[in-house]
Design a protein around this ligand. Structure first.
Ligand SMILES: Nc1ncnc2c1ncn2[C@@H]1O[C@H](COP(=O)(O)OP(=O)(O)OP(=O)(O)O)[C@@H](O)[C@H]1O
Ligand SMILES: [Mg+2]
Length: 291
């Protein structure tokens, strides 16, 4: 064992100061110290951490001749791992809500979101959607379709989701930090990524507290309420009382929020789209959007 491996072993796991790639395994140091020691110095575990144990990633990491590249992204939901190789690319991300896996699977089958692969509890494993974000004006303008055509594709994607009782609830075309949930591929087709805030209306008007929170969190009334530094109990009773009001909120009102976020996002894209482009986008959208 090299000196650095020995140093890694000597870190006090009980204080949480274990090597970062071993976070999920650190209890093994108590129960199976021999196995833990092997993991500390295993080149694949050092490089890929837990990600190599996801079924689709296992093939890529342990069974192929080539070592995939791994990079990390993600903000709200935590660490998003992106594995790229010449055979395929994939993403592994922690779930952001308890129904996300089910909703993302439905969206994948509808070809609106990334295809979902077998995963491990608490995470999604999904197809990496290659292409560019709609707000990426850096280069390769030749692959950017006309705004009207993007609008048509977004209109038909949201139609499919709404027909299947899914409110996407995060149609972020471009946020103030230039992040987006809309990817356009080389062929000009689009996919929406990140179903972390999406709502299934299969049981409308019954929504869980978590779903109620995902619905209200962006509303002015909730922002105002949060600014008053509510206690956990206050938040819970606010959500409980909002939860009861869903029977007075029509499904149409809920689905409308996808269109509202879309139009708000367009307004933030002045550096990529001109005013006529925005009008064309929405024209395309309404041509395709059916409810
Ligand atoms: N399936 C995917 N295909 C391609 N890129 C992806 C995919 N999923 C996630 N990403 C990339 O990782 C980033 C973060 O993923 P995601 O949006 O799911 O997490 P997040 O925590 O909500 O991050 P953010 O706050 O930036 O939206 C995305 O903005 C995108 O760049
Ligand atoms: Mg996101």
């Amino acid at each position: 064992m090299s000196e650095s491996d020995a140093n890694a072993m000597n870190l006090k796991v009980s204080t949480g100061a274990c090597p970062s790639h071993l976070g999920p395994f650190h209890k093994l140091n108590d129960s199976h110290p021999d196995l833990y020691r092997k993991l500390v110095i295993d080149a694949f575990v050092v490089k890929y951490g837990v990600y190599g144990f996801f079924p689709k990633a296992y093939d890529l990491i342990y069974l192929s001749d080539e070592s995939p590249n791994i990079t990390f992204s993600g903000r709200t939901r935590g660490r998003v791992a992106i594995l790229t190789s010449s055979s395929y690319n994939m993403v592994i991300k922690p779930l952001q809500n308890s129904k996300e896996a089910e909703i993302a699977t439905r969206a994948g089958k509808l070809e609106v979101g990334p295809n979902q692969f077998d995963s491990l509890p608490g995470f999604l494993s999904e197809e990496y959607v290659s292409g560019k974000f709609i707000n990426d004006n850096s280069a390769n303008h030749d692959i950017m379709p006309q705004p009207v055509d993007i609008g048509i594709k977004v209109g038909s994607a949201l139609t499919k989701l709404h027909e299947n009782q899914i409110c996407y609830n995060d149609t972020t075309l471009s946020d103030p930090e230039k992040r987006s949930h809309l990817i356009i591929n080389q062929a000009g087709n689009i996919k929406l990524i990140d179903f972390g805030l999406s709502l299934s209306l299969n049981e409308y008007p019954n929504f869980s507290i978590e779903e109620t929170f995902n619905y209200v969190r962006t509303m002015p009334i909730y922002r105002l309420f949060s600014a008053m530094n509510p206690t956990r109990e206050d938040v819970h009773s606010f959500l409980k009382s909002y939860q009861r009001t869903f029977k007075e909120i029509s499904p149409d009102t809920i689905y409308d929020r996808d269109i509202q976020f879309l139009t708000e996002g367009l307004q933030l894209m002045g550096d990529v789209l001109t005013e006529p482009d925005k009008t064309d986008f929405m024209k395309g959208f309404y041509e395709a959007y059916k409810r």
